[in-house]
Design a protein around this ligand. Structure first.
Ligand code: NCD
Length: 305
Protein backbone atom coordinates (compact mmCIF):
# COMPACT_ATOMS: atom_id res chain seq x y z
CA UNK A 1 0.00 0.00 0.00
CA UNK A 2 2.91 2.26 0.75
CA UNK A 3 3.83 2.30 -2.94
CA UNK A 4 0.37 2.80 -4.43
CA UNK A 5 -0.65 6.22 -5.74
CA UNK A 6 -4.01 7.87 -5.38
CA UNK A 7 -4.96 6.92 -8.92
CA UNK A 8 -3.83 3.28 -8.39
CA UNK A 9 -6.12 3.08 -5.38
CA UNK A 10 -8.99 4.76 -7.17
CA UNK A 11 -8.62 2.39 -10.10
CA UNK A 12 -8.78 -0.69 -7.83
CA UNK A 13 -11.77 0.64 -5.91
CA UNK A 14 -13.64 1.56 -9.10
CA UNK A 15 -13.08 -1.89 -10.57
CA UNK A 16 -14.17 -3.49 -7.29
CA UNK A 17 -17.54 -1.75 -7.56
CA UNK A 18 -18.31 -3.79 -10.66
CA UNK A 19 -17.78 -7.04 -8.81
CA UNK A 20 -20.05 -6.18 -5.88
CA UNK A 21 -23.12 -6.52 -8.09
CA UNK A 22 -21.85 -9.74 -9.65
CA UNK A 23 -21.28 -11.25 -6.21
CA UNK A 24 -24.92 -10.62 -5.32
CA UNK A 25 -26.24 -12.51 -8.35
CA UNK A 26 -27.02 -16.23 -8.56
CA UNK A 27 -24.44 -16.77 -11.27
CA UNK A 28 -21.18 -15.34 -9.99
CA UNK A 29 -18.82 -16.79 -12.55
CA UNK A 30 -16.65 -14.86 -14.99
CA UNK A 31 -13.96 -16.11 -17.34
CA UNK A 32 -11.38 -13.34 -16.97
CA UNK A 33 -8.86 -15.67 -15.35
CA UNK A 34 -9.80 -18.83 -17.18
CA UNK A 35 -6.83 -21.16 -17.60
CA UNK A 36 -4.83 -19.26 -14.98
CA UNK A 37 -3.50 -20.86 -11.82
CA UNK A 38 -3.70 -19.12 -8.44
CA UNK A 39 -1.95 -20.57 -5.41
CA UNK A 40 -2.84 -19.28 -1.95
CA UNK A 41 0.27 -19.90 0.09
CA UNK A 42 -0.45 -19.33 3.75
CA UNK A 43 2.32 -19.67 6.32
CA UNK A 44 -0.02 -18.36 8.97
CA UNK A 45 -3.57 -19.30 9.96
CA UNK A 46 -6.35 -17.47 8.24
CA UNK A 47 -10.01 -18.11 7.68
CA UNK A 48 -11.55 -15.07 6.10
CA UNK A 49 -8.65 -13.76 4.04
CA UNK A 50 -7.89 -17.16 2.51
CA UNK A 51 -11.54 -17.92 1.81
CA UNK A 52 -12.01 -14.47 0.34
CA UNK A 53 -9.03 -14.83 -2.03
CA UNK A 54 -10.16 -18.33 -2.96
CA UNK A 55 -13.67 -17.19 -3.83
CA UNK A 56 -12.30 -14.17 -5.69
CA UNK A 57 -10.09 -16.36 -7.88
CA UNK A 58 -12.81 -18.94 -8.51
CA UNK A 59 -15.38 -16.33 -9.45
CA UNK A 60 -12.96 -15.00 -12.05
CA UNK A 61 -12.57 -18.50 -13.46
CA UNK A 62 -9.04 -19.27 -12.20
CA UNK A 63 -7.92 -22.68 -10.96
CA UNK A 64 -7.29 -21.93 -7.32
CA UNK A 65 -5.50 -24.12 -4.84
CA UNK A 66 -4.63 -23.57 -1.19
CA UNK A 67 -1.40 -24.48 0.53
CA UNK A 68 -1.00 -24.10 4.26
CA UNK A 69 2.57 -24.29 5.43
CA UNK A 70 3.62 -24.36 9.05
CA UNK A 71 6.48 -21.88 9.23
CA UNK A 72 9.39 -23.55 10.97
CA UNK A 73 10.92 -21.03 13.31
CA UNK A 74 14.50 -22.14 12.74
CA UNK A 75 14.68 -22.46 8.97
CA UNK A 76 12.19 -19.80 7.93
CA UNK A 77 14.29 -18.09 5.27
CA UNK A 78 15.36 -21.33 3.66
CA UNK A 79 11.92 -22.88 3.77
CA UNK A 80 10.38 -19.79 2.25
CA UNK A 81 12.72 -19.59 -0.74
CA UNK A 82 12.65 -23.35 -1.30
CA UNK A 83 8.88 -23.35 -1.29
CA UNK A 84 8.80 -20.40 -3.65
CA UNK A 85 11.17 -22.07 -6.10
CA UNK A 86 9.21 -25.32 -5.99
CA UNK A 87 5.93 -23.59 -6.69
CA UNK A 88 7.51 -21.41 -9.36
CA UNK A 89 8.47 -24.54 -11.28
CA UNK A 90 4.76 -25.39 -11.57
CA UNK A 91 4.11 -22.15 -13.49
CA UNK A 92 1.45 -20.47 -11.37
CA UNK A 93 0.11 -17.13 -12.62
CA UNK A 94 -0.36 -15.60 -9.20
CA UNK A 95 0.65 -16.40 -5.64
CA UNK A 96 -1.27 -14.97 -2.71
CA UNK A 97 1.07 -15.15 0.26
CA UNK A 98 0.58 -14.65 3.98
CA UNK A 99 3.60 -14.95 6.25
CA UNK A 100 4.31 -14.18 9.93
CA UNK A 101 7.48 -12.23 9.10
CA UNK A 102 7.44 -8.63 7.88
CA UNK A 103 9.06 -8.41 4.44
CA UNK A 104 8.78 -12.13 3.68
CA UNK A 105 6.25 -11.63 0.89
CA UNK A 106 8.38 -9.00 -0.87
CA UNK A 107 11.39 -11.33 -0.60
CA UNK A 108 9.42 -14.19 -2.09
CA UNK A 109 8.17 -12.02 -4.93
CA UNK A 110 11.77 -11.46 -6.04
CA UNK A 111 12.29 -15.20 -6.45
CA UNK A 112 9.34 -16.11 -8.62
CA UNK A 113 8.23 -15.20 -12.12
CA UNK A 114 4.54 -14.65 -11.44
CA UNK A 115 2.53 -11.93 -9.74
CA UNK A 116 2.53 -12.00 -5.94
CA UNK A 117 -0.18 -10.54 -3.74
CA UNK A 118 0.58 -9.75 -0.12
CA UNK A 119 -2.10 -11.39 2.02
CA UNK A 120 -0.49 -10.03 5.20
CA UNK A 121 3.19 -10.05 6.21
CA UNK A 122 3.98 -9.96 9.92
CA UNK A 123 3.29 -6.57 11.45
CA UNK A 124 4.08 -4.81 8.21
CA UNK A 125 1.21 -4.65 5.71
CA UNK A 126 -2.12 -6.15 4.75
CA UNK A 127 -2.94 -4.14 1.63
CA UNK A 128 -6.17 -5.83 0.52
CA UNK A 129 -7.61 -5.24 3.99
CA UNK A 130 -6.97 -1.50 3.64
CA UNK A 131 -8.53 -1.54 0.17
CA UNK A 132 -11.67 -3.30 1.35
CA UNK A 133 -11.92 -0.91 4.28
CA UNK A 134 -11.61 2.03 1.89
CA UNK A 135 -14.28 0.61 -0.41
CA UNK A 136 -16.63 0.12 2.55
CA UNK A 137 -16.10 3.70 3.75
CA UNK A 138 -16.38 5.18 0.27
CA UNK A 139 -19.69 3.44 -0.39
CA UNK A 140 -21.16 4.54 2.93
CA UNK A 141 -19.84 8.10 3.15
CA UNK A 142 -19.28 8.76 -0.57
CA UNK A 143 -15.68 9.86 -0.15
CA UNK A 144 -12.40 9.34 1.67
CA UNK A 145 -10.87 12.78 1.31
CA UNK A 146 -11.39 15.04 4.29
CA UNK A 147 -12.73 12.32 6.60
CA UNK A 148 -11.26 11.77 10.05
CA UNK A 149 -10.62 8.10 10.79
CA UNK A 150 -9.59 6.75 14.20
CA UNK A 151 -7.74 3.43 14.30
CA UNK A 152 -7.93 2.13 17.86
CA UNK A 153 -6.42 -0.76 19.78
CA UNK A 154 -3.31 -2.86 19.30
CA UNK A 155 -1.64 -0.55 16.79
CA UNK A 156 1.80 -1.94 17.65
CA UNK A 157 1.18 -5.40 16.22
CA UNK A 158 -1.20 -4.43 13.45
CA UNK A 159 -0.44 -4.71 9.75
CA UNK A 160 -4.04 -3.65 9.19
CA UNK A 161 -3.30 -0.32 10.90
CA UNK A 162 -0.16 0.29 8.83
CA UNK A 163 -1.79 -0.39 5.48
CA UNK A 164 -4.79 1.73 6.42
CA UNK A 165 -2.55 4.60 7.50
CA UNK A 166 -0.78 4.59 4.13
CA UNK A 167 -3.98 4.33 2.13
CA UNK A 168 -5.96 6.91 4.07
CA UNK A 169 -3.13 9.43 4.00
CA UNK A 170 -2.68 8.94 0.27
CA UNK A 171 -6.41 9.52 -0.24
CA UNK A 172 -6.42 12.74 1.80
CA UNK A 173 -8.13 11.52 4.98
CA UNK A 174 -6.94 12.51 8.46
CA UNK A 175 -5.79 9.55 10.53
CA UNK A 176 -5.69 9.20 14.30
CA UNK A 177 -4.37 6.20 16.18
CA UNK A 178 -5.50 5.43 19.71
CA UNK A 179 -3.74 2.86 21.90
CA UNK A 180 -2.39 2.29 25.41
CA UNK A 181 1.17 3.66 25.61
CA UNK A 182 2.58 0.10 25.56
CA UNK A 183 0.83 -0.67 22.27
CA UNK A 184 1.63 2.60 20.52
CA UNK A 185 4.79 2.30 18.40
CA UNK A 186 7.20 5.11 19.21
CA UNK A 187 7.54 7.62 16.38
CA UNK A 188 4.22 6.58 14.80
CA UNK A 189 3.55 10.28 14.13
CA UNK A 190 6.16 10.04 11.40
CA UNK A 191 3.63 8.04 9.38
CA UNK A 192 1.43 11.12 9.31
CA UNK A 193 -0.99 10.31 12.12
CA UNK A 194 -2.07 12.00 15.32
CA UNK A 195 -1.53 9.71 18.31
CA UNK A 196 -3.79 9.45 21.37
CA UNK A 197 -3.74 7.32 24.48
CA UNK A 198 -7.21 8.38 25.60
CA UNK A 199 -10.19 6.91 23.73
CA UNK A 200 -12.60 9.73 24.44
CA UNK A 201 -10.20 12.39 23.20
CA UNK A 202 -9.13 10.35 20.21
CA UNK A 203 -12.69 9.58 19.14
CA UNK A 204 -13.92 13.15 19.36
CA UNK A 205 -15.82 14.03 16.15
CA UNK A 206 -14.39 11.24 14.02
CA UNK A 207 -16.28 9.95 10.97
CA UNK A 208 -15.03 6.38 11.23
CA UNK A 209 -13.89 4.18 14.14
CA UNK A 210 -11.75 1.25 13.13
CA UNK A 211 -11.18 -1.18 15.99
CA UNK A 212 -8.24 -3.59 16.06
CA UNK A 213 -7.98 -7.02 17.64
CA UNK A 214 -5.65 -7.47 20.58
CA UNK A 215 -3.06 -9.64 18.86
CA UNK A 216 -1.91 -11.62 21.84
CA UNK A 217 -0.20 -14.21 19.66
CA UNK A 218 2.26 -11.50 18.62
CA UNK A 219 2.94 -10.23 22.12
CA UNK A 220 6.17 -11.36 23.66
CA UNK A 221 6.08 -10.31 27.26
CA UNK A 222 3.48 -8.32 29.08
CA UNK A 223 1.88 -5.36 27.36
CA UNK A 224 -1.28 -5.12 29.45
CA UNK A 225 -2.21 -5.46 33.11
CA UNK A 226 -5.40 -7.38 32.26
CA UNK A 227 -7.99 -7.82 29.53
CA UNK A 228 -10.65 -6.42 31.88
CA UNK A 229 -8.73 -3.24 32.39
CA UNK A 230 -8.06 -3.00 28.67
CA UNK A 231 -11.78 -3.25 27.93
CA UNK A 232 -12.53 -0.62 30.54
CA UNK A 233 -10.18 1.94 28.99
CA UNK A 234 -10.06 0.93 25.31
CA UNK A 235 -13.03 -1.33 24.56
CA UNK A 236 -15.49 0.41 22.22
CA UNK A 237 -18.84 0.74 24.01
CA UNK A 238 -21.75 3.13 23.46
CA UNK A 239 -20.42 5.66 25.93
CA UNK A 240 -17.00 6.01 24.28
CA UNK A 241 -18.64 5.95 20.87
CA UNK A 242 -20.82 8.91 21.85
CA UNK A 243 -17.74 11.12 21.46
CA UNK A 244 -17.53 10.34 17.74
CA UNK A 245 -19.85 11.93 15.18
CA UNK A 246 -23.45 10.73 15.68
CA UNK A 247 -23.40 8.70 12.47
CA UNK A 248 -19.79 7.50 12.70
CA UNK A 249 -19.14 4.10 11.11
CA UNK A 250 -17.89 1.20 13.24
CA UNK A 251 -15.40 -1.12 11.60
CA UNK A 252 -13.34 -4.18 12.57
CA UNK A 253 -11.18 -6.36 10.30
CA UNK A 254 -12.05 -9.53 12.22
CA UNK A 255 -11.66 -11.85 13.90
CA UNK A 256 -13.37 -9.88 16.63
CA UNK A 257 -12.99 -10.44 20.36
CA UNK A 258 -16.33 -9.35 21.79
CA UNK A 259 -15.96 -7.91 25.26
CA UNK A 260 -12.22 -7.33 24.75
CA UNK A 261 -11.83 -4.56 22.16
CA UNK A 262 -15.50 -4.10 21.31
CA UNK A 263 -18.83 -4.31 23.10
CA UNK A 264 -21.12 -6.87 21.54
CA UNK A 265 -24.03 -4.43 21.08
CA UNK A 266 -21.81 -1.91 19.33
CA UNK A 267 -20.45 -4.63 17.03
CA UNK A 268 -23.99 -5.64 16.06
CA UNK A 269 -25.46 -2.12 15.75
CA UNK A 270 -27.28 -2.45 12.43
CA UNK A 271 -27.23 1.28 11.76
CA UNK A 272 -23.57 1.95 12.28
CA UNK A 273 -21.55 -1.25 12.28
CA UNK A 274 -20.29 -2.15 8.79
CA UNK A 275 -18.28 -5.17 9.90
CA UNK A 276 -20.17 -7.64 7.72
CA UNK A 277 -20.10 -5.28 4.77
CA UNK A 278 -16.31 -5.24 5.10
CA UNK A 279 -16.26 -8.99 4.53
CA UNK A 280 -18.46 -8.62 1.46
CA UNK A 281 -16.25 -5.86 0.05
CA UNK A 282 -13.22 -8.09 0.64
CA UNK A 283 -14.19 -10.51 -2.11
CA UNK A 284 -14.86 -7.69 -4.60
CA UNK A 285 -11.56 -5.96 -3.85
CA UNK A 286 -9.59 -9.18 -4.20
CA UNK A 287 -11.26 -9.90 -7.52
CA UNK A 288 -10.19 -6.45 -8.71
CA UNK A 289 -6.60 -6.97 -7.55
CA UNK A 290 -6.36 -10.42 -9.17
CA UNK A 291 -7.90 -9.17 -12.40
CA UNK A 292 -5.52 -6.23 -12.62
CA UNK A 293 -2.42 -8.29 -11.83
CA UNK A 294 -3.18 -11.41 -13.81
CA UNK A 295 -5.49 -10.48 -16.66
CA UNK A 296 -4.80 -6.77 -16.80
CA UNK A 297 -2.17 -6.90 -19.53
CA UNK A 298 0.61 -6.25 -17.03
CA UNK A 299 4.07 -7.70 -17.44
CA UNK A 300 3.16 -10.68 -15.28
CA UNK A 301 5.49 -9.61 -12.54
CA UNK A 302 3.29 -7.30 -10.59
CA UNK A 303 5.42 -7.16 -7.47
CA UNK A 304 3.42 -7.35 -4.27
CA UNK A 305 0.14 -5.53 -4.48
C1 NCD B 1 -6.27 -9.35 10.34
C2 NCD B 1 -4.93 -9.97 10.08
O1 NCD B 1 -4.80 -11.18 9.94
O2 NCD B 1 -4.00 -9.20 9.99
N1 NCD B 1 -7.36 -10.16 10.03
C3 NCD B 1 -7.78 -10.27 8.74
O3 NCD B 1 -7.04 -10.42 7.81
N2 NCD B 1 -9.11 -10.14 8.55
C4 NCD B 1 -6.38 -8.76 11.68
C5 NCD B 1 -6.24 -9.66 12.86
O4 NCD B 1 -5.78 -10.79 12.76
O5 NCD B 1 -6.55 -9.17 13.94
Amino acid sequence: MQELSRSDIQCILDLSEQFIELNRQDNKKLRDLQGRTQINLFFENSTRTRTSFELAGKRLGADTINMSVEASSTKKGETLIDTAMTLNAMHPDVLVVRHPDSGAVALLSQKVDCAVVNGGDGQHEHPTQALLDALTIRRRLNRLEGLTVAIAGDVMHSRVARSNIYLLNTMGARVRVIAPPTLLPSGIERLGVEAFTDMRRGLRDVDVVMMLRLQRERMQGSFLPSVREYYHFYGLDHEKLSHAKPDALIMHPGPMNRGVEIDTEVADDIHRSVIREQVEMGVAVRMAVLRLLVAGGGNGNGGDA
